[in-house]
Design a protein around this ligand. Sequence first.
Ligand SMILES: C[S@@+](CC[C@H](N)C(=O)[O-])C[C@H]1O[C@@H](n2cnc3c(N)ncnc32)[C@H](O)[C@@H]1O
Length: 296
Amino acid sequence: MSTPMEKITHLLRSVTSHRDRKNLNFHYSYLINDEEISRLQFQHYVYQQVWDNSNFSAPVKDLLETDGTRILDVGCGPATWLLEMATEYQKSNFTGIDIKPTYPTETKPSNVNFQQADLLTSLPFEDNTFDYVFCRAMMFAFRKTDWEVAIKEICRVCKVGGYVEFMEKDIVIENEREFTRKLRSKLTVELMKKNVEPIISQKIEDYIRNTNKFSIVKHDQRSVMIGGADKLGKEYKDLFTWGARNLKDAMKKSGYNVDWGSIEKSIEEISDSRCCDKIHRIWARKGECNSMVEVH
Ligand SMILES: C[S@@+](CC[C@H](N)C(=O)[O-])C[C@H]1O[C@@H](n2cnc3c(N)ncnc32)[C@H](O)[C@@H]1O
């Protein structure tokens, strides 16, 4: 007997295995504009609260406080995470790379550098360069097949003994009711047709493990209520609504129209039924080859 989640996953798999793979990509550039940059900045501060005001889960605090530690933020966007980290940990050197230079080039701390680069062709760094590589919110930037390539490249530039960390939110809503379930299922099927992987967190963990280069792999998750009476719930609902609006606009550019009235109705249902989003952090320590020690 399949669970509802297994049925949806099966449906999604069958849709993508039979489709024509040409011309179905969702382009991240559909999303990026000044408003999306402001949303990413707001998202940084909301996510930080979700994780008890912490910016990372990997055990890298001592490393960050050590002279000359090198940190890379891949797909840094406006670099809110990186600028905050660089201000807090002044002994470390921070590098941000992004395919599109939305990061600040003039006003920045002296321990920060930015470079325009495409993670999926190859990063302009030698093997084993960084002590810690961070990568957040890339779901709409990557096609499904890009994830494995990206993770191998991130692994290559991470030092043996160093750490990698990913943070993503799957398009799954805990406790959702019927109207929302139908709308979300339709949206996830559309995204998969466009080569986006809407449920990515477990796959990131699997791709990391499959490299056979990491001695510790850990997957943390936090549930956050979308709405409710407290400050975080209210802010999270604003973030969720803002993200839904930008995604709707981007989907329209890629040829799929979602009616905003239906989205608003769903957001009210989500909020009334105390639904939650789940945010994932997956971190791993690069070890000697084939020295896998599992930690859950
Ligand atoms: C949703 S934003 C996330 C930004 C940032 N990591 C954050 O958490 O705020 C995704 C970023 O990935 C960048 N990006 C997309 N494809 C990329 C690639 N192949 N290589 C490097 N950066 C890429 C985009 O330009 C965008 O700035």
